[in-house]
Design a protein around this ligand. Structure first.
Ligand code: 5AD
Ligand code: SF4
Length: 553
């Protein structure tokens, strides 16, 4: 059958979409290849959140376009947010593209591929109509009359997931499950509500069943996905399909999150969903969720986080800015004070909770004073990390129409670097507080030693037994000696020198990155997909250093 190459850009939601597409096409007999040169069908699952991601996709489209121009017969498809955002303009500007499919229409992708393949192999090459080449939601996804039908098809796509190696992350044994689609927030800078449509909540029974089947297939970790995941709320009896099954449901208004569900009502809240999965699928040893919205986060969710041992004590909860003025222009719907209150509430309920966030620098009109507010927030809050982005004006958003992108790129870059340095200090502090503790580490990957051109290990840094930690490995002594000879300044955290060893990389329940030293490659690889209780010996801004792996290796 036809070989397909699929490359994914952007977020976890896109990764999951790609997995579903892969499952769907595999069932239909397509086979996937790792090299675009071997493919008859090339698909790019694209992201529109920032311009940079789009540029990357355009350059890939250009490369395949050149091959087509040189006479190769390839079906080139653009799926995901860029397809939805650019729409048929993309076809006009990039005529080498054969099909477009938005994220809310992925159930129609096989038909589009089939149309394109049949046209290309027809003796008298036909020209496909626009309808035969595109599946885009347009404004339809915000019109409630047709919403249910569109969403039901997507629900079928989620439900048709194949529970194989791929679904549970291969050796990593880590899977993702969507609980809500779309977003109703309309932050002024963000393209997501336009590309992914209205907020839709999946039926809880479908979610629990999907988790159970992933666990049966071997997944130990499940990440629940949603743009505003804590908004999950399902009102039973409201939406049923003709055969009586629960159907996906449009998100309720804001008021729903401000009140507890009435006694006796049949509502599944986010907290109840978490507890159901935790209790009904105990084989899942790590249940996490991203991304949370800083408002409308009830104590009921924090209580579940505190009380359920298999729910990860981790929150990803973007602030975006520390300036009230900018938060207002962003239409985020909370003030800096309310955000800080939430973080303090979370830390009070769940003292070990690890928190990460996102920040945008250089939003239109951001002054030095606004930026200083963001710096002080990042200094003040004990976050394990913050993802920092330079503002990127996106067509289709409110911000691009309403504001001029008036912060020069050089200033954005400077602010970006300044914040990274501040966050690095905060991360160092947060990590240091974990040294000496014992944690369960879920290992997922292997890091090879850095080698010089001649194949000998590259010796860098000094291994000081910081925080009282001693790392026993012969290479470390060599690293130490080598460093003494070069006279380079020693690093207090002793993290660099172990880059000369094989390492198994994993994460704590709070998503802190850990590294354990292995004696050889096989021992490091053995660890993938395993959870091991280990002590933290040392720390730096990026990771926690564990001891050597257990002696059975
Ligand atoms: N420019 C820069 N960053 C953006 N993000 C979303 N839209 C933009 C944009 N236009 C960032 C936000 C969000 C993360 C996924 O991407 O910080 O939380
Ligand atoms: Fe975009 Fe805001 Fe929705 Fe997040 S909450 S997806 S930033 S609109």
């Amino acid at each position: 059958m036809h070989p397909v190459f699929l490359e994914t850009f952007g977020c976890q939601m896109n990764e999951l979409d790609s997995e579903l597409v892969r499952g769907q096409l595999t069932t239909l007999g397509y086979r996937f290849v790792n090299d675009p040169a071997d493919a008859r069908v090339v698909l790019f699952n694209t992201c529109s959140v920032r311009e940079q991601a789009e540029q990357k996709a355009y350059s890939r489209i250009g490369i395949v376009g050149k091959r087509k121009a040189a006479g190769e017969t390839i079906v080139l498809g653009v799926i995901g947010c860029m397809a939805e955002r650019d729409g048929v303009d993309l076809l006009r500007r990039h005529p080498q593209v054969d099909l477009l499919c938005g994220p809310a229409e992925l159930d129609r992708l096989p038909q589009l591929i089939d149309n394109a393949l049949r046209t290309q192999s027809a003796e008298n090459a036909m020209v496909l109509s626009q309808e035969e080449r595109t599946a885009l939601a347009g404004n339809r996804s915000r019109r409630s009359s047709t919403l249910a039908a569109a969403e039901d098809n997507l629900e079928t796509l989620d439900l048709s997931r194949a529970f194989d190696e791929q679904a549970m992350g291969g050796a990593r044994r880590s899977a993702q499950v969507r609980i809500t689609r779309g977003c109703n927030k309309f932050c002024t800078y963000c393209v997501v509500p336009a590309t992914r449509g209205a907020e839709i909540h999946r039926p809880p029974d479908h979610i629990v069943e999907e988790c159970r089947r992933l666990a049966d297939a071997g997944a130990l970790e499940v990440t629940l996905l949603g743009q505003t995941v804590n908004h999950y709320r399902y009102e039973h009896g409201l939406a049923l399909t003709v055969d009586g099954r629960q159907a996906a449901q449009v998100g309720p208004g804001l008021r729903a999150f401000r009140q507890s569900p009435p006694v006796g009502s049949r509502v599944t809240t986010f907290a109840q969903l978490l507890r159901r999965i935790h209790d009904e699928v105990p084989q899942i040893l790590r249940l996490r969720f991203v991304t949370s919205y800083p408002r409308d986060f009830g104590d009921d969710v924090l209580a579940v986080l505190r009380d359920c041992p298999r729910i990860c004590k981790y929150l990803h909860i973007p602030a975006q800015s520390g300036s009230d003025r900018i938060l207002k222009l962003m239409n985020r719907g909370y003030s800096r004070g309310e955000y800080v209150d939430f973080v303090q509430r979370a830390l009070a309920w769940v003292p070990d909770v690890c928190i990460a966030g996102d920040i945008i620098v250089g939003f239109p009109t951001e002054t030095d004073e606004d930026f200083e507010q963001t710096c002080s927030l990042v200094r003040e809050l004990p976050f394990k990390n913050n993802f920092i982005f330079k503002y990127s004006p996106r067509p289709g958003t409110v911000a691009i129409d309403r504001f001029t992108d008036d912060v020069p790129d050089a200033v954005k870059r400077l602010r970006n670097n300044t914040l990274l340095a501040i966050q690095s200090e905060t991360s160092r502090r947060v990590h240091a507080a974990w040294v000496g503790r014992t944690v369960d580490v879920f290992f997922s990957e292997v890091r090879a030693p850095r080698l010089r051109g001649d194949g000998t290990p590259e010796m860098r840094g000094k291994v000081a037994g910081s925080h009282g930690g001693v790392i026993e490995l012969p290479q470390l002594a060599a690293a130490h000696a080598s460093n003494d000879r070069t006279g380079r300044s020693p690093r207090a955290d002793g993290l660099d020198a172990v880059s000369t060893c094989w390492q198994a990389i994993g994460r704590t329940s709070g998503d802190l990155i850990c590294s354990a030293i292995a004696n050889d490659e096989a021992s490091a690889k053995e660890m993938a997909g395993k959870i091991e209780r280990m002590s933290i010996l040392a720390s730096g801004p990026l990771l926690l250093r564990l001891g050597t792996l257990p002696s059975r290796f």
